[in-house]
Design a protein around this ligand. Structure first.
Ligand code: F6P
Length: 360
C-alpha cells in the first residue's frame, strides 16, 4: 500500500486533468491512494498541507477539461529558475524542511510533480534533498529536453492553426497582412508547428533572428506573384538580428512577461510595403480550452507511466516520450537546458521548401 502525493505546477496547460485521472486510475488498480496538493508546490507549505484526496469518483469526467482541478501557480516559495535558465536559485532550507514535514504528516511515499522546465528544476532539488519525487513533463511550449513532446503542445498548435484559418479568410478578402503573435518565450515550437499547420507565409522564431527588410521583401515577392494577402506568425520571444526580446513587464515575481513584438513587426512591415496590416495577439487562448485527442492520450499515458515508475522504484526520474513510446529519464537530463528549434532542422527545411520565409 502506497500513498502518492501529486501536484500541478507552473503555467496550466490542456491535458493536466488527463494526467491526474490517469494517475488515480493506475494507482487505484494497485490499491494505492492519491493525495492532490493545491496550487502547485505551495500546497505543501500550510501545516498539514493544503490537499485533497483524489479518487476515481472525483476525477471522473475531467479528461476533456482544460486547466487543472488542483490549481497551479508560477509564483511563490519554490521558484528556482527564471528566464532561459542562466539565473537559478535554490529552494530555501526552511521551505524544504516544511515540505518534508507535510509529506511525513500525510504519510506520502512519493510526490509526482507535473511541470515544465522551472517546476521540474524545483522537483530535481527536492529529489537531491532526499524527497522521493517523480516528474511528469508539461508545457505548451514543448521546450523541455529529453522528451520528444510534452502534452499541451498539440492543443496550443491546434489553437494557432485554427486562428490562422480564420485570419486567412479575412486577410485574403481585404488583401491585407495579418500578424499573429503566439506564445514561445525562448523556443519557437508553437510558431513553427502552428504556422506550418495554418498555412503561414512568414514565421519568426527566437532561434532565427529576423530582419524587417527581409520580412517586407517576402511580402513584396508574394505580391509580385499575385498572392495579395500574407499571414505572419511571430513567437513572443522572436528578436531582430542584434535585437532584444520585447517585454510587456519586468516588474512581476517569477517569469518576465513577454509581448509586443507582433505590433512592432506589423508597423515595420506596413511602413516598408505600404500595405494595410492588422495584428492579433493570441495569448492565453493557446493555454485554455479542451485538450486535443493527442493530449488526452499523452496525458493519460504519462499519468499511468508515472505510477509504473513508482512501482519500479524509478525515483528522481521524469516520464519521457520518445519514438512513440513512453519511458523515463533522470529529471536532471531534462532541465539542464531548454530544447530549442535548431535553425537547420528538418521542420525548418520543410517550411522553407513550401515557401515560408523566416525573415532571415
Ligand atoms: O510557459 C508557457 C507559457 O505559455 C509561455 O509561452 C508564456 O510566455 C507564459 O507561459 C505566460 O504565462 P503567464 O501569463 O501565466 O505568466
Amino acid at each position: 500500500m502506497k500513498r502518492i502525493g501529486i501536484l500541478t505546477s507552473g503555467g496550466d496547460c490542456p491535458g493536466l486533468n488527463a494526467v491526474l485521472r490517469g494517475v488515480v486510475r493506475a494507482a487505484s488498480n494497485l490499491d494505492w491512494e492519491v493525495i492532490g496538493f493545491h496550487d502547485g508546490f505551495e500546497g505543501l507549505l500550510p501545516e498539514g498541507g493544503d490537499s485533497m484526496a483524489l479518487t476515481r469518483a472525483n476525477t471522473a469526467g475531467i479528461m476533456h477539461l482544460g486547466g487543472t482541478m488542483l490549481g497551479t501557480t508560477s509564483k511563490g516559495h519554490f521558484i528556482t529558475k527564471v528566464g532561459d535558465g542562466s539565473n537559478r536559485s535554490h529552494v530555501p532550507p526552511a521551505v524544504l524542511a516544511q515540505t518534508k514535514r507535510t509529506l511525513a504528516a500525510l504519510r506520502i511515499d512519493v510526490l509526482i510533480c507535473i511541470g515544465g522546465d522551472g517546476s521540474l528544476t524545483t522537483a530535481q532539488q527536492l529529489h537531491e534533498a532526499g524527497i522521493p519525487v517523480i516528474g511528469v513533463p508539461k508545457t505548451i511550449d514543448n521546450d523541455l529536453e529529453a522528451t520528444a513532446m510534452t502534452f499541451g503542445f498539440d492543443s496550443a498548435v491546434a489553437c494557432v492553426a485554427d486562428a490562422l484559418d480564420r485570419l486567412h479568410t479575412t486577410a485574403s478578402s481585404h488583401k491585407r497582412i495579418m500578424v499573429i503573435e503566439v506564445m514561445g518565450r525562448h523556443a519557437g515550437w508553437i510558431a513553427l508547428y502552428g504556422g506550418l499547420a495554418g498555412g503561414a507565409d512568414i514565421i519568426l522564431i527566437p532561434e532565427i533572428p529576423f530582419c524587417h527588410e527581409r520580412v517586407a521583401a517576402a511580402v513584396k515577392k508574394r505580391d509580385a506573384e499575385g498572392c495579395l494577402s500574407t499571414l505572419i506568425v511571430v513567437a513572443e520571444g522572436a528578436c531582430e538580428t542584434d535585437g532584444k526580446e520585447r517585454f510587456r513587464s519586468t516588474a512581476t515575481e517569477g517569469e518576465f512577461k513577454l509581448g509586443g513584438i507582433g505590433a512592432v513587426v506589423s508597423n515595420e512591415v506596413a511602413h516598408r510595403t505600404k500595405k494595410e496590416t492588422r495584428t492579433c495577439v493570441l495569448g492565453h487562448l493557446q493555454r485554455g480550452g479542451a485538450p486535443t485527442t493527442l493530449d488526452r492520450i499523452l496525458g493519460t499515458r504519462f499519468g499511468v507511466h508515472a505510477v509504473e515508475m513508482i512501482a519500479a522504484g524509478k525515483l528522481g526520474e521524469m516520464v519521457s516520450y520518445q519514438n512513440y513510446e513512453v519511458g523515463s529519464v533522470p529529471i536532471a537530463d531534462a532541465v539542464h537546458r531548454i530544447k530549442l528549434v535548431l535553425p537547420d532542422c528538418q521542420m525548418v527545411q520543410t517550411c522553407r521548401a513550401v515557401g515560408i520565409s523566416f525573415g532571415d
